[in-house]
Each structure stands twice: as structure tokens, then as C-alpha cells.
Design a protein around this ligand. Structure first.
Ligand SMILES: [Zn+2]
Length: 218
């Protein structure tokens, strides 16, 4: 096989460990990919040339021994050595690099999320302290966000209920069984038409820094 085909040399033939792959610049990847593609193209041409020679040989065998001969059958079954065993090395290296980079990116993202959560905890502590709550007594580091959310929710409910008492009606989720209904006042257990039981709920994306609540029917 070696005598037919060209082998990758230099950087293209190197085995790269994870660290080296992550450090490799895009320019280097581009350069080696181009080298690989050219080498692959030349090898493919050799492979196709051997295929042509095999066809000629079979034709000659038919001329000499006929198409029912063992010689013909033998040549037909003979396989041409292929370069693919080692030419896909670079492709495998590239896909390993891609996977490594994705893993690193995910790791980085997770780290950022964790940092953001830490900052959020700090802000929750300040938010709670501004309301006279004491760390270690009324709440702990681990529960700061949760406690702040609960208090912000209660505050927002209270505010909406005051407006409800003053005549505001709120739209709510699940009002499809209502009949000529004004909505919900935010205080009563049922909506204006009386068909649905409604309660306040925190919106999914919401927290103490931007408390959004909405009415939901059972
Ligand atoms: Zn109703």
C-alpha cells in the first residue's frame, strides 16, 4: 500500500493531545486542512488509476482465457489497496477538536452562570437588608434569593390588591369559561362572573429585581 500512496508528513502526521488541539489557531487548521485535501486528492487519483488498470487487466484476461475462466473470476474479485485507512486521520482529529471546543465553551458558560448567580445572591442580600432583614437570622446565603422573591411577590400582590379594591380588574389565565366577565379584582376568590377561582402567581422569568405577577384560574 505504501508504495502506491503518499503519506501525510510533518504537522499533518502529528498526534495532537487535547491541549494542543485547543491551542491550535484557525489559520493552522485551515492550512493543514488544505494540505490534507490536496494529499487526499492525489491519493484518490492514484486509486482511480489503479482501478483503470484493473479493468484493463480483466479485459485482457477475457481476451486470453474467456469470461468463464478462473483467471477472469480471480481478477474480478481482487481488491485494490485503498488509502482511506490513514487519510481520514485528519478528519477524525478535526472532529475531536470540535468536540473539545464545544465542551470548553459549555464549561465557560456554566462558570458564567455560576458567577451571575453569586452576584444575584449578593444583590438579594442587600435587597433584604434594605428591608430590615438580617442575614443569619431572617435568611441565609442559600435562601436569600428565595426569600427575596417571596417578599417581592407579597409586596406586588398587595400593590395589585389595593388597585383592585379601587376598581381595577385584571385579566387572568384560564378565563375561557367566563361569561360576560369583567375580569378579576385581585382580592376576591373568584372572578367577576363567579365562574372561575383565581389566585396570584409569579411569572416564570420574574424575580425580586423585576417582580411580575399574573392571575391564574384553577
Ligand atoms: Zn369570570
Amino acid at each position: 500500500m505504501v508504495r502506491y500512496y503518499e503519506k501525510p508528513t510533518g504537522d499533518l502526521n502529528k498526534h495532537y493531545n487535547d491541549e494542543e488541539l485547543l491551542k491550535m489557531t484557525e489559520e493552522k487548521v485551515e492550512e493543514l486542512t488544505q494540505q490534507h485535501n490536496e494529499l487526499d486528492k492525489r491519493n484518490r487519483e492514484i486509486y482511480n488509476g489503479l482501478g483503470k488498470k484493473k479493468k484493463e487487466l480483466i479485459k485482457l484476461a477475457v481476451d486470453i482465457w474467456g469470461d468463464r475462466s478462473n483467471e477472469y473470476r480471480y481478477l474480478k474479485k481482487a481488491t485494490i489497496p485503498s488509502p482511506t485507512n490513514w487519510t481520514d486521520y485528519w478528519e477524525r482529529t478535526l472532529s475531536r477538536r470540535k468536540k473539545l471546543m464545544e465542551e470548553k465553551k459549555a464549561e465557560q458558560k456554566e462558570k458564567e452562570r455560576e458567577e451571575e448567580r453569586k452576584r444575584k445572591v449578593e444583590r438579594a442580600i442587600l435587597w433584604l437588608q434594605a428591608r430590615g432583614k438580617r442575614l443569619g437570622e431572617d435568611f441565609h446565603m442559600e435562601s436569600a434569593i428565595h426569600v427575596a422573591n417571596d417578599i417581592a411577590f407579597d409586596e406586588e400582590v398587595k400593590r395589585c390588591q389595593e388597585a383592585g379594591k379601587a376598581g381595577t380588574y385584571y385579566e387572568f389565565d384560564g378565563n375561557d369559561w367566563c361569561e360576560e366577565c369583567e375580569g378579576w379584582d385581585g382580592v376576591s376568590r373568584r372572578c367577576e362572573c363567579g365562574n372561575r377561582r383565581v389566585y396570584w402567581d409569579m411569572c416564570d422569568w420574574s424575580d425580586f429585581e423585576d417582580m411580575q405577577i399574573h392571575g391564574v384560574a384553577d
